[in-house]
Ligand binder design. Structure first.
Ligand SMILES: [Zn+2]
Length: 255
């Protein structure tokens, strides 16, 4: 099964993966029932989380009920414990909406919630994040996770996100990162999918971010107000919720 997961993820187009998962997910919570781990998003308790990964399969990664991954559970906890996302009246743009979030966010009465994507059947509007149809200062919150590594000009996309965000608003802009690298590795001459996969971890990635990623956002005008949220949580919490071993988790604010 471990060898099968990357093959399935690579072979089947993303919109079809989403449709298949909607059928399978009805049975998974029964198979995985137990009390060793907790998903903060759906509130489910399980024997363990499912293994999952694109190239390298990770143990205890995916929730069998809402299909959240480690990074989704971290982001949810950040929104819940560090922001007014669940209580304040907010206009939210969610780019490439994750399956575990979009229905929950859509049902929240305090949010004016707009989803966008290049191709997903889940999104309200189709757009390229490098050039959006929105006015300046339109959104209180922009969520755009694991998108910028797919964008050819990520500085343009970051500038666009900053432009449409209101003053006082924040963006969540998580990206896959190699924390062993000080500097982001990018080379526009690498266009072959196999070479991209070898150098940037995935055939449709344009770069591999390093420790300097937050600086790229700071250069666009964003402010980081607090410390890395993952490190604020206790070891017991990180284990119970099976959070990422290492991930920067900041809100990027427009002051
Ligand atoms: Zn869940």
């Amino acid at each position: 099964m471990k060898k099968l997961i990357p093959i399935i993820v690579n072979l089947i187009p993303r919109p079809w993966l989403i449709r298949f998962s909607l059928v399978f997910m009805k049975f998974l919570p029964i198979i995985y029932r137990g009390h060793n781990v907790t998903c903060p998003i759906c509130g489910g308790h399980f024997r363990k989380f499912m293994s999952y990964g694109y190239n390298v399969v990770r143990e205890q990664a995916m929730c069998p009920k809402c299909l959240s991954l480690e990074r989704h559970r971290l982001l949810w906890l950040y929104l819940k414990n560090r922001t007014s996302f669940f209580t304040a009246r907010l206009k939210v743009l969610h780019v490439a909406p994750e399956q575990c979030f979009h229905k929950r966010f859509r049902m929240m009465k305090n949010l004016e919630y707009i989803t966008a994507d290049l191709e997903s059947p889940l999104a309200d509007i189709k757009l390229d994040i490098q050039k959006t149809p929105f006015q300046d200062n339109e959104f209180d919150v922009i969520i755009c996770n694991h998108v910028l590594e797919h964008v050819s000009d990520d500085r343009k996309a970051i500038a666009e996100i900053f432009r449409v965000l209101k003053h006082g608003g924040f963006a969540l802009l998580q990206v896959p990162t190699d924390y062993s690298m000080e500097t982001t590795y990018e080379d526009a001459s690498v266009t072959d999918p196999a070479e991209r996969e070898r150098k940037f971890r995935q055939k449709d990635h344009h770069r591999l971010y390093g420790q300097d990623y937050p600086e790229r956002l700071a250069k666009a005008g964003f402010t980081i107000r607090e410390e890395n949220y993952l490190m604020v949580l206790s070891g017991a919490e990180r284990d119970r919720f099976k959070l990422p071993a290492m991930e920067y988790m900041y809100g990027y604010y427009k002051e």
